[in-house]
Design a binder for this molecule. Structure first.
Ligand code: GTP
Length: 597
């Protein structure tokens, strides 16, 4: 296809504003997929995405559109994830296209992720077409929302298209606007091959599939390519496009978006943002590199049943094949035995991986307290990156500790502003900015990531009845008074419950955790002290009283089978528990104990 007839774009939106529904409509309107194959939310391929309604892996589709000017255009849509954990995937796919549709729900207005995503599009120099979606709903207010887009984002919304992705109204206008307002890509077909590695994932049949955007030159099947960051060479065995099903093509030229396969064994061998060229006569000039995505939240994953360790290893290795942003290494815990210390992009990412292990591999897991990476500066002048509070060095050797901070942007209706400010204040936040857009307030806070990773988002949703939206970016490290708090159950430290806390909050947190654990741990035949301690000093204590009755006591005399049955029942009830010394701790205690109210 010649460049003039190509348009490459992405759709940016806050979650639930209708991005996937709009993409489905565009595909349907252009008959890219026959009606029979049209499933709702075509682009969300993985089951878990479907269930949770979130798009995790960026997906792509090539649409052919015969425009009102009589010409046929190729429109390449790259779908981007909407959740804050995957901001990095958004930024890299933005670099592969020239324009964006900015979808805003006209019954809701601009939200935190609308802002975060549209700023990424502006950063990538995109031409932007604003779309006001859900105009079929009675609460739709296009004038107000268009004004808000102009006020808050600062782009012209006078030409915004009014759409109902549900009924199909405005879809034709949207396709025309893509052709008319988005720029055609630039590129030189005679120059040496230069292609951007946009994404890659593992397919059980084809191996690693690499999504590419060709900048200059041409790529054909059978050619040998070189990855410029590693110099690894691969023979290309397929090139093609997504319709959205994979369809082989003879070649991909400048401005085109498609895939290649080249017997690449694992996703780890591909670097997102890398430049792909030919082995011989390749370009010497690589594209400006992307920053690699770094895990920011770490936790331990242990099998409830220690016999399942090997199964867990296998499942983690398989998942990692398909997800280069997830890291893992083996970990041993005195209390939990063998498991893995895993790194994630954020809490949602953690939940998705944990769910997949439990569901797809049928392994029950104990998840330890999520932790961020602390910089621990020792008195000898060295610094260690602490991923696990259990590895905290002896406090007498520590000079000071720095923790990661974030800049959080929260949009919330006026009525709930007070609750949001209180929540941020409670989480050691520093207010940076407070502005208004209509009856909505936009607050910017500097917060410790540690206070956000656990349940901040849940709390924010609950104090604002779901009306607040939230987005964040990393802001670097800052020193604070942090200490390691241990939990002792029956005088034994449970390392999986160790956390880093601010010194001034340690007592409050310690007390809350002990109280929670007292409710979560079942009573035993003996008294169980539950304590929180810093160093050797106990700062909070609860006591779980002893269970007096034996479960078998209510069996009269010597009915052995009945007795056995009861004991078995009791054993089954214990399945989801782990023994710590003499005490059984149920699985849910590890997570619930950390939730703050
Ligand atoms: P993610 O892909 O998960 O980031 O969310 P999204 O922005 O793609 O939202 P999605 O397309 O899943 O739509 C969210 C909800 O809004 C779904 O229940 C849709 O059916 C509904 N929806 C989308 N567009 C319209 C519309 O034009 N009118 C009405 N009434 N509902 C719509």
């Amino acid at each position: 296809t010649d460049l003039k007839h190509i348009r490459n774009f992405s759709i940016v939106a806050h979650i639930d504003h209708g991005k996937s529904t709009l993409a489905d409509r565009l595909i349907q309107e252009t008959n890219t997929v026959s009606l029979r194959d049209m499933k709702e939310q075509m682009l969300d391929s993985m089951d878990i995405e479907r269930e949770r309604g979130i798009t995790i892996k960026a997906n792509t589709v090539r649409i052919e559109y015969k425009a009102d000017d009589g010409e046929t255009y190729v429109l390449n849509l790259i779908d981007t994830p909407g959740h804050v954990d995957f901001a990095y995937e958004v930024s890299r796919s933005m670099r592969a296209v020239e324009g964006s549709l900015l979808v805003v729900d006209s019954t809701q207005g601009v939200e935190a992720q609308t802002l975060a995503n549209v700023y990424q599009a502006i950063d990538a120099d995109h031409e932007i077409v604003p779309i006001l979606n859900k105009i079929d709903l009675p609460a739709s207010d296009c004038d107000r929302v268009a004004e808000q887009i102009e006020d808050v984002i600062g782009i012209d919304a006078s030409g915004a298209i009014q759409v109902s992705a549900k009924t199909g109204q405005g879809i034709h206008e949207t396709l025309e606007a893509i052709v008319a307002h988005l720029p055609a890509p630039k590129g030189d077909v005679d120059a040496p091959l230069k292609a951007m590695l946009v994404d890659s994932w593992y397919d059980a049949y084809l191996g690693v599939i690499v999504l590419i955007r060709v900048i200059d030159g041409k790529l054909k099947k059978g050619e040998r390519i070189r990855m410029m960051s590693t110099n690894a060479v691969y023979p290309v065995d397929r090139v093609g496009v997504f319709t959205p099903a994979m369809k082989p093509v003879d070649e991909l030229g400048p401005g085109e978006i498609g895939f290649l396969t080249a017997s690449i064994k694992q996703v780890r061998d591909t670097r997102v943002g890398d430049t792909i060229t030919h082995e011989k006569k390749g370009t010497t000039e690589a594209l400006p590199g992307f920053k690699p995505s770094q895990p920011v939240v770490f936790c331990g994953l242990f099998p409830v049943d220690t016999a399942e360790f090997e199964d867990l290893r296998e499942s983690i290795e398989k998942l990692a094949l398909n997800d280069a942003s997830f890291s893992y290494e083996m970990e041993t815990s005195a209390a939990l035995g063998f498991g893995f210390r895993c790194g994630f992009l954020g809490l949602l990412h953690l939940e998705v991986i944990r769910d997949r292990i439990e569901r797809e591999y049928d392994i029950e897991l104990i998840t330890t307290a999520p932790s961020v990476i602390y910089h621990v500066f020792l008195k000898d002048g060295s610094m260690i990156e602490l991923h696990n509070p259990a590895d905290m060095p002896d406090p007498s050797t520590v000079d000071h500790i720095e923790e990661p901070r974030i800049k959080a942007t929260i949009l919330v209706p006026d009525d709930y502003l007070g609750d949001v400010l209180k929540l941020c204040q409670d989480r050691r936040g520093i207010q940076m900015d407070l502005t208004y857009a209509g009856s909505r307030a936009m607050v910017v806070y500097d917060l410790p990531l540690n206070e956000v990773v656990f349940d901040f988002y849940d709390r924010l949703k609950s104090v604002t009845k779901g009306y607040a939206s939230f987005d964040y970016q990393m802001e670097g490290y800052r020193e604070d008074f942090l200490v390691k708090m241990q939990i002792l159950v029956n005088d034994e430290p449970v390392d999986a419950l160790s956390t880093m806390v601010h010194r001034d909050r340690a007592q409050l947190r310690g007390r809350a955790m002990c109280e929670k654990l007292k409710d979560l741990i079942p009573r035993h035949m003996f008294k169980i002290p539950i304590q929180a301690a810093i160093g050797g000093k106990v700062i909070a204590r609860e006591t779980l009283s002893a269970l007096r009755k034996d479960v078998t006591a209510k069996c009269y005399g010597g009915d052995a089978t009945r007795k056995k049955k009861l004991l078995e029942k009791q054993k089954a009830g214990k399945k989801k528990m782990r023994q710590f010394g003499k005490v059984d701790i149920p699985q849910e205690a590890f997570i619930s104990a950390l939730k703050m109210d």
